[in-house]
Design a protein around this ligand. Structure first.
Ligand code: ADP
Ligand code: F6P
Length: 459
């Protein structure tokens, strides 16, 4: 652990915890909130607000045991750094979607300048003994900028997303500069071995690198360490959430509306990486192939809008609106709709209640760093009558959750077959699979992740 040293967590998005807040802020914020509650420290990042001119003003707030320190960005910063380089360039590239990645020098310049400003502001807050833990693709150059300002603290970086294969990464015009920046960190953490392997592959092939023992990586004439730290959830808290009055009330509400049918559930930010279109098509195929399932099952898909200023997100939203209309138009009856498609967030407790009443959890991203929803679905189940997790083999979570029904999310047949198999699965097999999954979700929880990373970073 960090011992008595203060932990300073840095991420683009800082989610100040509010009781019962409906979340569409994604896995990073949910995990860091859990991790920070268990340690003394501060969480630094963007407030989510804009100001006409950057003023470097740091807003300090304390809420439910977590201190946040946030700064505002200008609308131009948001356009070039957040919506631009982070989410029009790196996000699609890191999720293997080079067809959607936009390469634009203005984005690159905005990304560099915001990282520099983050460093200049953060440097004022740092004590020499602090341990600094930076998160995600928005802030890759941050350590290099901090080092340039003379910061000598231990600094670690954790990537919540996949890391792409070399041939995809080299489509990025400044790929060498981006990867070289990672060598200013003392430790790099990845979610799954596939992403770590792609990173080391890049370094050996493109940066004249060498791999040493215990995760040492040399490249660009520099050295760092890289290792696997699969993120987990606060399993005990989520189990408790599933038993809370709010969860029970939600479960009751759901059971009334389920009316003896089986519910399939999906909960995702509305993002093209989540495979929602493919999931809907797979479900549509299942309905057409299994007419006896009509009026006996339904899919609840909760998908709060995300990154709405970006064209590719508007397109996926339009597609899903059309597709859900088509599926319901073709199959609905006066007393039944096959697909309930809801574009809003729910509190964690309400979500836990929803997960607990769903016979099948559909988690089928096309590519995902880890995917915490898969772990939350498992943690919320009733041990005596658990549901079945259908999980994409291309999510980092699949490396650990092997007892789920693993599917190829690109294949409609595979999705339809898994739904059929999950609905037909007898209780003893459901219990056997769930017990194995739950054991891993509990052991590899968020506290384990945080301790593993920080004890190694602290040295
Ligand atoms: P990502 O970080 O890409 O969004 P994850 O599955 O790792 O994906 O994390 C998503 C987190 O956001 C989970 O903790 C999940 O419960 C939460 N979340 C997603 N959709 C909703 C929603 N509609 N309401 C509340 N929480 C949500
Ligand atoms: O977990 C991946 C991630 O991109 C986080 O970095 C981010 O906070 C979350 O998804 C939600 O995205 P955004 O912050 O862009 O709303």
């Amino acid at each position: 652990m960090t011992g008595r040293r203060r932990l300073v967590v840095v991420s683009n998005r800082v989610a100040a915890p509010r009781a019962g807040s409906p979340g569409n802020q994604g896995g990073l914020a949910v995990a860091l909130e859990s991790a920070l509650k268990q340690t003394r420290g501060i969480w630094f990042g963007w407030s989510g607000e804009t100001v006409d001119e950057f003023n470097g003003h740091i807003r300090l707030e304390r809420n439910q045991g977590i201190t946040t320190a946030t700064i505002d960005l200008t609308p131009e910063d948001v356009a070039s750094y957040y919506e631009g380089y982070s989410n029009r360039t790196l996000w699609p590239l890191f999720h293997y979607r080079i067809d959607l990645a936009e390469y634009d020098r203005q984005f690159e310049a905005g990304y560099a300048s915001v990282n520099r400003r983050f460093a200049e502001t953060l440097a004022q807050l740092l004590d020499p003994d602090d341990i600094v833990w930076v998160h995600d693709y928005h802030l890759i150059p941050l350590a290099r900028e901090l080092r340039a300002l003379g910061v000598c603290n231990r600094i670690g970086f954790f990537l919540h997303t996949p890391w792409p294969p070399v041939r995809l990464l080299t489509t990025l015009p400044d790929h060498r500069q981006l990867v070289e920046a990672l060598f200013s960190y003392d430790l790099l953490g990845f979610q799954a071995s596939e992403w770590l392997d792609s990173f080391t592959d890049y370094v050996t092939r493109e940066a004249d690198g060498r791999l040493g023992p215990d995760g040492e990586v040399a490249g660009f004439g520099l050295k760092t360490e890289a290792a696997l730290f699969p993120i987990g959830i606060d399993a005990a808290a989520f189990r408790r959430a599933a038993q809370s009055p709010e969860a029970r009330a939600m479960a009751k509400r759901m059971r009334t509306s389920i009316a003896g049918r089986h519910m399939l559930v999906g909960v995702d930010r509305l993002d093209y990486s989540k495979g929602l279109e493919e999931r809907f098509l797979g479900y549509e195929r299942f309905l057409s192939e299994d007419p006896e399932s009509l009026n006996r099952v339904f899919l609840l898909q909760i998908a709060p809008p995300s990154r709405e200023g970006i064209g590719s997100y508007q397109e996926i939203r339009d597609k899903l609106d059309q597709l859900s209309g088509r599926i319901n138009g073709a199959h609905a009856e006066v007393d039944w709709v096959p697909l309930r498609y809801v574009n809003r967030g729910y509190s964690r407790r309400e979500l836990a209640g929803i997960f607990r009443t769903a016979r099948v959890g559909l988690v089928t991203p096309l590519r995902d760093g880890m995917n915490l929803v898969a772990k939350e679905y498992v943690a919320a189940q009733d041990a005596a009558d658990p549901g079945v997790l259908v999980l994409s083999r291309f999510a980092g979570a699949a490396e650990d959750l092997a007892e789920a029904l693993l599917v190829n999310p690109f294949s409609q047949e595979d999705i339809a077959d898994s739904i059929r198999q999950a609905l037909a699965m007898e209780r003893p097999e459901r219990i056997r699979r769930w017990e194995a999954l739950m054991a891993r979700v509990e052991t590899n929880d968020v506290a384990h992740w945080q301790k593993a990373f920080l004890s190694r970073l602290a040295g």
